[in-house]
Design a protein around this ligand. Structure first.
Ligand code: 5GP
Length: 120
């Protein structure tokens, strides 16, 4: 899929839109979701131009993919949610309900999250 550089997370990475950063290094940025669905709701994104989990796992080097997911776990521990548990979500594509076309992982925590998938 062609990466669209005008997506909202690309603007956040370029500093054009402010964000509430919880972790940043040269490869990833983690920041609080603007519309939290749980007491803790953090988005983790790679700084590279990957439109979805499909693109990321297809195009990124395996070492980068591995480090990214290690950092998701590390960020959850930094947030202090590893003890009580949390949910990781990667909405992918149309049926996955992906709204922002830059690959991102949701970390949701802080309450029991109920059913895995709500029926509409
Ligand atoms: P998706 O449905 O693509 O998996 O999730 C996109 C997420 O991005 C949503 O949870 C939405 O609340 C969040 N979001 C959209 N725009 C912004 C923004 O400008 N700032 C932040 N921090 N989150 C955003």
């Amino acid at each position: 899929m062609n990466y669209q550089p005008d997506n909202i997370f690309a603007k956040i990475l370029r500093g054009e839109i402010p964000n509430d950063t919880v972790y940043e290094d040269d490869e990833v940025l983690a920041f609080r979701d603007i519309g939290p669905q749980a007491p803790v709701h953090v988005l983790v994104i790679p700084k590279g131009e990957y439109g979805s989990l499909d693109d990321f796992t297809r195009d990124a080097p395996a070492e980068l993919v591995g480090r990214f997911f290690q950092k998701v776990g590390e960020i959850a521990r930094r947030l202090g949610v590893d003890g009580e548990g949390y949910r990781v979500i990667a909405n992918t594509g149309h049926n996955g309900g992906q709204e922002v076309q830059h690959f991102h992982i949701h970390i949701c925590a802080g309450r029991r999250l109920g059913r895995m998938i709500a029926r509409e």
